[in-house]
Design a protein around this ligand. Structure first.
Ligand code: NAD
Length: 266
């Protein structure tokens, strides 16, 4: 299927690696010009270079999503070099909190909310008006099951991902009549650098209760996100799409994954 992305400009946050890099590659393969947003400047440039080697257009933007000025500067660069933004895929996130609420440092809470949630708001704020003017826009946000169920030892990550659901739902209400859609995807457990540190035992446990019997590859998420970005998805708005295995009892996840109750502060 031709997703009709030729000539569209897409911003992908977290495009330096993992799911975000795959999203960049799939959108570019479908014809979009891609701006790779990431705090890892060298790796973002690597993604852009990989895309350019396929004959498609891509630029890298060094961005700290926690800072509005940084996002604004990067969006200004995209507009100057690639024209108005048609598609924003908010993929970047951090999950460096592992500990119960009493042990959660205030700085970690604040940083995670800023990167995972405020960063998405900044990206939309800097692009929505021109999408409305041109009567076309696609926003895709990556949440998490922790955003639905909460997460043991993951209060800030879970809160940011649930906040994102409220944000994406609000966006889906405000601009749909102007051709701008907002949808969310929920991955399962995906093979990326973020999950590379799992022990073999943790992997086996997760796979054992997964109806697909495996972890996911980033491309599976990227294909779903690219479809939501397409012309053909114009009727899909406010969707909350699980691109994952059967729901699992994630509230036990950190204990199961880490196997270290003392570190969890339990
Ligand atoms: N991997 C999984 O199993 C899984 C499961 C559920 C949800 N998710 C979600 O999917 C998305 C991608 O996950 P992933 O596994 O590819 O993660 P990853 O850690 O491999 O990649 C995240 C990217 O975000 C970038 N980033 C982090 N902080 C940033 C900042 N302040 N400014 C700009 N960029 C920043 C990182 O540099 C990195 O390139 C995230 O939103 C994550 O919460 C992943």
């Amino acid at each position: 299927m031709d997703l009709k992305l030729s000539g569209k400009t897409a911003v992908v946050t977290g495009g330096a690696r993992g799911i975000g890099r795959s999203v960049c590659q799939v959108l570019a393969a479908e014809g979009a010009n891609v701006a790779v947003f990431d705090i890892l400047a060298d790796a973002a440039e690597e993604t852009a270079q990989m895309i350019r080697e396929t004959g498609k257009k891509a630029i890298a933007c060094s961005v700290n999503l926690a800072e509005y000025a940084s996002v604004k500067a990067a969006m200004d660069k995209v507009k100057a070099e690639m024209g108005p933004v048609d598609i924003v895929a908010c993929v970047a996130a951090i999950t460096d909190n592992m500990g119960t609420i009493a042990k959660m440092p205030v700085e970690k809470w604040t940083r995670e909310i800023k990167v995972n949630l405020s960063g998405c708001f900044y990206c939309v704020k800097e692009t929505i008006e021109s999408m409305v003017e041109r009567k076309f826009g696609r926003y895709i946000f990556v949440s998490s099951r922790a955003g639905m169920d909460g997460g043991y030892g993951q209060c800030s990550y879970s809160s940011s991902k649930m906040g994102l659901i409220g944000f994406a739902r609000s966006l889906s209400l405000e601009y749909a009549r102007m051709g701008v859609t907002s949808n969310i995807v929920f991955p399962g457990l995906v093979n990326t650098p973020a999950t590379a540190g799992l022990t073999d035992e943790a992997r086996s446990r997760i796979i054992a209760r997964n109806v697909m019997g495996r972890l996911q590859d980033p491309e599976e998420l990227a294909d779903g996100i690219a479809f939501l970005a397409s012309e053909q998805a114009k009727g899909i708005n406010g969707a909350e799409l699980m691109i994952s295995q059967k729901p699992a009892p994630w509230s036990f996840r950190p204990m199961e994954l880490l196997g270290d109750e003392e570190a969890m502060g339990i």
